[in-house]
Design a protein around this ligand. Structure first.
Ligand SMILES: Cc1ncc(COP(=O)(O)O)c(C=O)c1O
Length: 383
């Protein structure tokens, strides 16, 4: 039996998601732009999903735009705001621990003449609110800060940031990458004064290649994908109907069970942490207790996380060393920014949980982790 603890990289789809996608691929497969009945039916189905998402978020239907996922949502938000508002200023603020889809977009904008401030984080992976306030300038047009970090699970004070920005005399747009927080933290974009919010389907037991961007009404933003005018001309391209309908199912299930899901996952994370602390020596916990419910990052000192990962894989246990997108590259920019030593970074493993995990799985994982860590340390000590 496999034990999958890499849910921040991606999740297994709910059965209902798969069934809905099959329906969209085999029964109602029309193009929503077609004016015949098969098109109109699909157009209505998409409208229903958009409406449901809007209701869950407490926003307007016309403020939800489907995209191909977190990366596209982040690119669209950041580039779209930067290009449309460059006359008001070219200064942008973000953090050093964003996902590459944010960091590399800012790097690109720097080469186009924009100026970016990258905020530092402390050893808990949190920005300093005072440093954020000091970073704001007369020509700042956008602040983009992730809600939950994908490697360590730190939760940024987006409520405080949003409130502060909304009180400024001039408009500074606020974008939040909520890919790791959607469904794991209960919040509403309007309560946090968020202007743009990125969400991805495959992190919440939905399909890959689908997500959405919430864009507050009257936001000055330039579309990135131009073409046939779909999504109110904001995101052209024939809609990913199976993806959208599958996403709708995933969001419906996620939001219906959000309170109990968060509670269950949090309990599993606490159990995992307690068991690791009680059974394995020489570790450093890189996630703080008040981090998100589903992510626990731990360094097993003296061994290479990558080797441990492959040992665990032999036992059908799946974890990660850093984020899936960056784990093939050396080191973790997140752990480095948090001030971890090379040894601590090298031994880091990210366990990320979901509502599909159980207590038995957690206990089994810790037993095997303990065994594998001891085995690896013995090999190293004999050298
Ligand atoms: C915080 C964060 N933002 C963005 C993304 C990218 O999302 P997607 O895989 O849907 O492009 C990820 C994926 O790992 C993520 O964790």
């Amino acid at each position: 039996m496999e034990i999958y603890l890499d849910n921040s990289a991606t999740t297994k789809s709910y059965r209902e998601v798969v069934d809905k996608m099959i329906y969209a691929l085999t029964e109602e497969y029309g193009n929503p732009s077609s004016i015949h009945r098969k098109g109109v039916i699909v157009e209505r189905e998409i409208k229903n999903v958009r409406n449901e998402i809007a209701k869950f978020l407490g926003v307007k239907e016309k403020e939800i735009f489907f995209t191909s996922g977190g990366t596209e949502s982040n690119n669209t938000a950041i580039r779209g705001i930067a290009y449309a508002n460059k006359r008001s200023g070219k200064h942008l603020i973000t953090t050093k621990i964003e996902h590459p889809s944010v960091l590399n977009t800012f790097k690109d904008l720097e080469s186009e003449g924009y100026v970016v401030t990258y905020l530092d984080v402390d050893d808990k992976g949190l920005i300093d609110f005072e440093e954020f306030k000091r970073a704001l300038r007369e020509d700042t047009i956008l602040v983009s800060i992730m809600h939950v970090n994908n490697e360590v699970g730190s939760i940024q004070p987006v409520d405080k940031i949003g409130r502060y920005l909304s009180k400024l005399k001039r408009k500074v747009y606020f974008h939040v990458d909520a890919v790791q927080s959607f469904g794991k933290i209960e919040f509403k974009p309007s309560r946090y004064n968020i202007d743009l919010l990125s969400v991805s389907g495959h992190k919440i037991h939905g399909p890959k290649g689908i997500g959405f961007l919430y864009v507050k009404e009257n936001t000055k933003i330039k579309p990135i994908l131009t073409g046939g005018g779909q999504e109110s001309s904001f995101r052209s391209g024939t809609e990913n109907v199976p993806g959208i309908l599958g996403l709708g199912e995933a969001i419906r299930i996620t939001m219906t069970n959000i309170k109990s899901n968060i509670e269950n996952i949090k309990n599993l994370r606490e159990l995992l942490l307690k068991e690791i602390k009680n059974n394995v020596d020489d570790i450093k916990v890189n996630s703080s207790d008040d981090g998100v419910c589903h992510i626990l990052n731990v360094s097993f000192l003296g061994i290479k996380g990558e080797i441990l990962l492959h040992y665990l894989e032999e036992d059908n246990i799946y974890v990660s060393t850093g984020s899936a997108c960056s784990s093939k590259k050396k080191g973790s920019h997140v752990l480095l920014s948090m001030g971890l030593s090379d040894k601590e970074i090298e031994g880091a493993i990210r366990f990320s949980l979901s509502c599909m995990n159980s207590e038995d799985e957690i206990k089994k994982v810790v037993k095997i982790v303990k065994m594998r860590v001891e085995e690896l340390r013995n090999i190293i000590n004999k050298r």
